[in-house]
Ligand binder design. Structure first.
Ligand SMILES: Cc1ncc(COP(=O)(O)O)c(C=O)c1O
Length: 383
């Protein structure tokens, strides 16, 4: 990472504990939506009934009933024929990014990514020193022409994308674009890493068919309990063809033997008891309101030449700034006004992000969104 990026990420870390600053820069779920009591009860049941087993070592693959639960949910929600053999439990889906890079990437290999792309993926992949190839996004997802050209010319080891409510932009791929991408993958024998961290966070609770549905053997999917249950439990999964899973198991075993078994048991127990669909609906209705409020304030009080994305789910939106306002300078000015935004710069593997900032709407309260947007307006007005 270059020093400019490092220095502002360090500053961001420094200010993240300042209670006077309203943060739109983070990426946390709303803490009021964590079901503390439900998870506490599940933990108690696990300790009472299977404590000795839960505190023991287990297999690298992950707790079979939890993998079966995930497979069933894919079948029910998305109509894809998932089975537990294709699913592995990991320490948060972030671990899938590291382990996938570990098995696919050697120094100098090409890897494709959305432009802008998820910062955490760029960080994870960068450890293996690949050469990044960014593909631009439009209103319907990544450019199909750009995607085709990449797979035909550069033959990347895989392409990493987030078709649902992308981080950082909040954009989603249209169904048509998903089909086009799938067709290209099948023709070119390419691999798409489909990060579905936000798939369940659809404001209208409507499931959207993943690219995997149209190119089953060409996709590695990852999913996460972080956004719908609790990020602190660090529970996520990979869902991939069995030949990739075999390699993944070796990498996972070498990394940590297995994911936290106690948490896997608690999660499984919790999922069996709680009304998850209702819980997710509640999250979505609250995030929808917060997102609407932030969008309305963008439109009503920020200058007309600030352009925003229009998320239909997830936790983020992206603002493109008026000509002449640099995102890093706005970050600094924002801190003076006690509001933090995330400059787009770390979401680009090359140049880019000087003219945009990411805003998070899931974590701040509605009052904080209202006040924070006024402060952001004041910061922009200063330029
Ligand atoms: C797009 C995306 N993928 C993966 C992750 C990692 O999440 P976790 O490791 O908590 O599952 C995040 C976290 O914010 C994310 O935004």
């Amino acid at each position: 990472m270059n020093t400019q990026k490092e220095s502002f990420l360090n500053r961001l870390f420094d200010v993240s504990n300042d209670p006077e600053i309203i943060s739109f820069a983070g990426g946390l779920p709303d803490k009021n939506l964590l079901d503390v009591k439900g998870i506490e009860n599940a933990a108690q049941d696990v300790f009472e009934n299977e404590g000795r087993e839960a505190l023991q070592y287990t297999t690298t693959t992950g707790y079979l009933p939890l993998r079966e639960y995930i497979a069933e949910r894919y079948k029910k929600r998305l109509g894809i024929p998932a089975c537990a053999d294709e699913i592995r439990i990991v320490n948060g889906s972030q671990q899938c990014l590291d382990l996938t890079a570990k098995i696919f990437l050697d120094k100098g290999d090409f890897v494709g990514i959305e432009k802008p792309g998820y910062l955490g993926a760029i960080e994870a992949f960068s450890m293996y020193q690949p050469s990044f190839k960014g593909v631009e996004m439009d209103g319907e997802g990544i450019s199909a022409n750009g995607f085709r050209e990449l797979f035909e010319k550069e033959k990347p080891k895989f392409f990493y994308g987030i078709p649902n409510f992308q981080n950082p932009s909040g954009r989603s791929y249209s169904t048509e674009r998903r089909r086009e991408i799938a067709e290209i993958l099948t023709e070119t024998k390419g691999i798409f890493y489909e990060d579905d961290a936000f798939g369940e966070l659809s404001f209208d609770n409507r499931p959207i068919p993943p690219v995997k549905k149209f190119a089953y053997d060409n996709t590695i999917m990852s999913g996460s309990f972080s956004k719908i249950i609790a990020p602190g439990m660090r529970m996520g999964w990979i869902y991939a063809p069995c030949e990739i899973i075999k390699k993944f198991d070796c990498a996972k075993q070498a990394a940590d033997l297995h994911s936290n078994f106690l948490c896997q048991k608690i999660m499984h127990h919790y999922l069996g008891k709680a009304d998850i669909d209702n819980h997710i609906k509640k999250i979505n209705s609250i995030y929808k309101r917060k997102c609407r409020l932030m969008c309305d304030l963008c439109d009503d009080i920020l200058p007309g030449d600030v352009i925003r994305t229009d998320p239909k789910g997830g936790m983020f939106m992206l603002l493109t700034l008026p000509k002449g306002i640099n995102s890093l300078k706005l970050f600094d000015r924002g801190l003076e006004k006690k509001v933090s935004v995330l400059p787009g710069i770390p979401f680009y593997t090359g140049k880019g992000g000087e003219d945009n900032v990411r805003l998070n709407f899931s974590s701040p309260s509605e009052d904080e969104i209202a006040e924070g947007m006024k402060r952001l307006k004041a910061a922009i007005d200063d330029f």
